[in-house]
Ligand binder design. Structure first.
Ligand code: ADP
Ligand code: MG
Ligand code: MG
Length: 480
């Protein structure tokens, strides 16, 4: 089956489908702010009208990988020697990573006050189509340890597709569109559940959760749903503050190191900001991060967790022998490795020089990635040679090189700000992972769970993938 079948829909039925979808989205909070300046107007989130076909086997395979990845990243975050070696090398070539590393080192020397950490991760994948065949193979794009977004809007989009199927039968355009092919998606409740568990472990009835947010945020409703779910399902309050506000209003209790803001003790500090240089325009924001890291609050994530989410770490994990140091079961090692695309350093090592040479000769095969999050930072294919030639060796070392994953095309119809776009699309699947553990490696794991999924879909010609950055729409998988 190809979802080009979706294009069989008549213009009249497409109009009905679009109106149904938009009204459902507006009624159910599947929305984003109209623009960054608006505080009171919203628009439906960019969404696909149909779920995109996705191979069931590959979907189930990555669900199986998630707890293994969760534990792996927890162990990495506790491995000081690894962080010192891998991240330490980046501090001269990347100021942002350098600043984070300084906080990590400072707090480590002072002594960690909170042994428990909370991970709300998302591992992202793209299907790779073997050239000249129909065989697909799922490949990891990256593993996010900070500010993994769209869990709430993703569940809502899964529900939207279910509603559209039930209400319109999708006008019988494809026999594959069946309810039992739409997997349940618990992302909306699983992240708040993780936060609630961490809050409970912190052990103070009167404490509240802190969500660290950006001053202007179009995707605020994805975050608000976490706050409302925390309140509705767990009776826990959540306070939103920017890093600037945390530094202005926050303090540590001298004796207990509890983080106090607005006279309230913070149980969990959950970051939806702080993942890039733009979130730290001045030293004040860095001071806020240091204050939080020093505190007794449970962090999601700790600076160590954020550091091991770096693309450099992903590249190092692909080096033969490294995974084996953390993943004890050999068949788990094989499973994880089977989803790694080719990853190469771009530093002054022999491998780095060879990779740079290869990228100059065959740029169409690669993407270059810096140690950044949030989309819009990569250098793709034909832009690589010019970028490489322009860079000093030091600048080049702050990037990694990765094989370009080339997915199969799927026809779909999407709607963005009321406008319908129809065409060949490609999708990226994200799997959420919820982890709570102590700093005693795998001996004190409290929670290691799956947390639902996200499918993002974009036009075939677009390189980048963010929804908030305007490249893709929120979709849901139709398992085939
Ligand atoms: P970020 O942390 O900024 O989200 P990503 O590694 O996810 O960085 O890259 C951003 C986007 O670039 C991805 O969502 C994906 O669409 C695209 N991308 C990244 N790596 C690859 C790759 N190896 N092959 C194809 N596309 C990629
Ligand atoms: Mg990322
Ligand atoms: Mg990404």
């Amino acid at each position: 089956m190809t979802s080009a079948e979706y294009f069989k829909i008549s213009p009249t039925n497409l109009k009905i489908l679009k109106e149904q979808a938009i009204d459902w989205a507006l009624s159910h909070g599947l929305v984003i702010r109209t623009n960054s300046n608006s505080t009171s107007t919203t628009v439906h989130a960019p969404i696909s009208l149909f779920p995109s076909p996705f191979p069931k086997k590959e979907f189930e395979f990555v669900l199986e990988l998630q707890p293994i990845f969760n534990l792996l990243f927890h162990k990495l975050s506790n491995d000081h020697e690894f962080i010192e070696k891998v991240i330490g090398e980046l501090t001269d070539v990347d100021d942002f990573v350098g600043k984070l590393y300084d906080i990590y080192s400072t707090v480590r020397k002072e002594g960690i006050t909170q042994q428990i950490s909370l991970g709300l991760h998302r591992s992202d994948y793209i299907l790779h189509l073997t050239p000249n065949s129909t065989e697909v193979h799922i490949q990891q794009v990256e593993f996010n340890t900070i500010s993994s977004s769209f869990s709430s809007l993703s569940t809502l989009t899964s529900e939207l597709h279910k509603y559209l199927l039930e209400s319109t039968k999708y006008f019988d355009v494809s026999p594959t569109l069946k309810l039992d092919a739409l997997p349940k998606n618990e992302a909306m409740i699983s992240l708040p559940k993780g936060i609630a568990k961490a809050h409970q472990l912190y052990g103070s009835e009167s404490a509240v959760v802190l969500m660290i947010v950006q001053p202007v945020e179009r995707n605020a409703f994805d975050q608000r749903w976490i706050e409302y779910t925390l309140m509705n399902n767990h009776k826990i309050h959540l306070m939103r503050k920017t890093l600037f506000e945390v530094q202005r209003e926050g303090k540590l209790d001298k004796d207990t190191k509890a983080l106090i803001i607005d006279n309230k003790e913070i149980s969990v500090a959950y970051f939806r900001s702080g993942y890039g240089p733009n979130d730290h325009p001045t030293e004040k924001e860095w001071n806020a991060r240091l204050l939080i890291e020093r505190s007794k609050a449970i962090k999601c994530p700790t600076v160590a967790y954020q550091l091991v989410g770096a693309k450099k770490v992903q590249q190092v994990l692909a080096v033969p022998g490294v995974l084996e140091r953390y993943v004890t079961n050999p068949s788990d090692v094989t499973k994880l490795r089977s989803c790694f695309a080719g990853l190469y350093p771009l530093d002054s090592s022999l491998e780095g020089e060879a990779a740079a040479k290869l990228a100059l000769e065959h740029p169409e095969r690669f993407v270059m990635k810096p140690q950044r999050e949030g989309g819009g930072n990569n250098i793709y294919t034909k832009d690589i040679p010019q970028a490489l030639t322009r860079m000093t060796l030091l600048e080049r070392s702050s990037y990694i090189l990765m094989d370009l994953i080339q997915p199969p095309m799927m026809g779909n119809i999407v709607v963005r700000e009321g406008e319908v776009i129809q065409g060949e699309m490609i999708s990226e699947l994200g799997i959420y992972g919820i982890f709570i553990g102590g700093n005693n490696e795998d001996e004190d794991v409290v929670i290691n769970e799956l947390g639902g999924h996200l499918l993002r879909t974009k036009g075939r010609e677009t390189n980048e993938g963010g929804v908030a950055t305007g490249y893709s729409v929120i979709d849901s998988p139709l398992l085939i």
